[in-house]
Design a protein around this ligand. Structure first.
Ligand code: PLP
Ligand code: ZN
Length: 405
């Protein structure tokens, strides 16, 4: 088990009480700070294990040998030569998080977060969600045999995600408001001690998401890409991935660090605006709007950490339109066979923009993180596909339709 403290990202004080969800001194977010001197890992040991979140158990802040798991992580890092050529970069890999058990990277966080919840004796776990957090938490809570409560922005959750949350038996409450409104309520319930909160303010959950970086390094034989491009919603993931690279660097497992690039939708881009204007913090957007519902967030709670990650790594942030997102989604599906949901495609659309603007050089090696599976949101793709008319099972008619012979 990793030795660690919880460190406040605002005032820097350290705490050793795992039940804290914010700094008792200043209210700031807490982050797990690993005690690197106490951690013994080497490349060979890690390489010998099956790849997944728990490959990196020495770096995960839980004490049990019996985690709540479904084999999450171990997702493919797929070379995408055709798309790379199209976008104008030497080498492009897609880290496809849709391959996780419930179809998004949220499972990496939940296997660790729900394991911690059980360790702390929680009986009810809860989250606000744009969809995938609730799908994942509902599944892991079912597996742990505990109650799950989820608050969703009414009418703004993709069908597949809603189906998952309902079917795994979560108590689902649609809220008349957006994600940010729902999160404010569930934080309140957590403060009243009624639920254990598993949004990305939970520092243990984010440790699970650091494994995206750990896996990328292991899969690249301990070399490090020049740039990592990540869709940004509540901004926990980009912060966690950056921290993951820092962990490996501090442990001497890698010798370099990537530049981190955040991508937001044009209609929900507080982090992009803050990066452009050089501000320390974001101006929340009260009415975020985008087809990419998983990143339809106007007041990202992890914004300060994300801004630091982007700046200290030498990266940047860009926004992309809904049309650019949907086009990138189709391009990835048709040129590389990888079907992702719209929010995930923002990383591809963002890469195109970053290359066009010279932020990322054509000679560089890039990893785009695609965060969730395309089947989560079939409705959005069917809006742009024309359903073909049926024909009789007549070979001639069918050849004609297929444009063959
Ligand atoms: C949660 C989610 C995001 C946003 O991640 P943050 O950590 O909130 O920035 C992006 N894409 C998908 C598919 C997600 O489920
Ligand atoms: Zn503090």
């Amino acid at each position: 088990m990793a030795r660690y403290t919880l460190e406040c990202v605002e005032c820097g004080r350290s705490f050793s009480d795992d039940t804290l969800l914010k700094c008792p001194e200043c209210g700031g977010l807490l982050e797990v700070s690993l005690d690197y001197d106490e951690i013994e890992v080497d490349r060979e040991t890690l390489e010998r294990r099956d790849l997944g979140v728990w490959t990196f158990r020495e770096l995960l802040p839980v004490s049990t040998d019996d985690p709540v798991t479904m084999g999450e992580g171990g997702t493919g890092l797929h070379p995408c030569p055709r798309l790379a050529e199209e976008l104008g970069v030497r080498s492009l890999y897609v880290k496809n998080e849709g391959e996780n058990p419930t179809g998004s990277f949220k499972d990496r966080g939940m296997t660790v977060g729900v394991t911690k919840a059980v360790e702390l004796g929680a009986e009810v776990v809860a989250c606000a969600s744009t969809g995938n957090t609730s799908a994942s938490l509902a599944a892991y809570a079912a597996r742990a045999g505990i109650t799950c409560a989820v608050l969703l922005p009414a009418g703004k959750v993709a069908l597949g995600k809603l189906a998952q949350a309902l079917f795994h038996g979560a108590r689902v409450v649609p809220v008349d408001g957006n994600f940010d409104d729902a999160l404010a309520v569930v934080r309140r319930l957590a403060e009243e001690g009624l639920v254990y909160l598993l949004n990305s303010v939970n520092p243990f959950r984010l440790c699970g998401q650091r494994t995206i970086a750990y896996e990328i390094c292991l899969q690249m034989d301990w070399s490090v890409p020049d740039a990592v491009v990540v869709p940004v919603g509540n901004a926990g993931n980009i912060s966690a991935i950056w921290q993951g690279f820092l962990d490996l660097y501090e442990l001497g497992l890698i010798d370099d660090l990537p530049r981190m690039y955040g991508v937001q939708a044009e209609g929900a881009r507080p982090v992009v605006d803050a990066i452009r204007s050089g501000k320390e913090d974001i101006d929340p957007d009260p009415e975020p709007e985008t087809v990419a519902t998983a990143i339809r967030i106007g007041n990202p709670v992890n914004a300060v950490k994300a801004l630091r990650a982007i700046r200290s790594s030498g990266g940047w942030a860009v926004s992309v339109t809904d049309d650019e997102i949907l086009e990138a989604q189709r391009e990835l599906a048709t040129t590389e066979g990888i079907f992702v949901e719209p929010a995930s495609a923002a990383s591809i659309a963002g890469l195109r923009k970053l290359v066009d603007r010279g932020e990322i050089d054509e000679g560089e090696e890039v990893v785009c993180v695609t965060t969730g599976h395309g089947l989560k949101d079939p409705e959005i793709v069917m809006e742009t596909c024309e359903l073909p008319e049926p024909v009789e099972p007549d070979p001639e008619r069918i050849k004609e339709r297929l444009g063959l012979g």
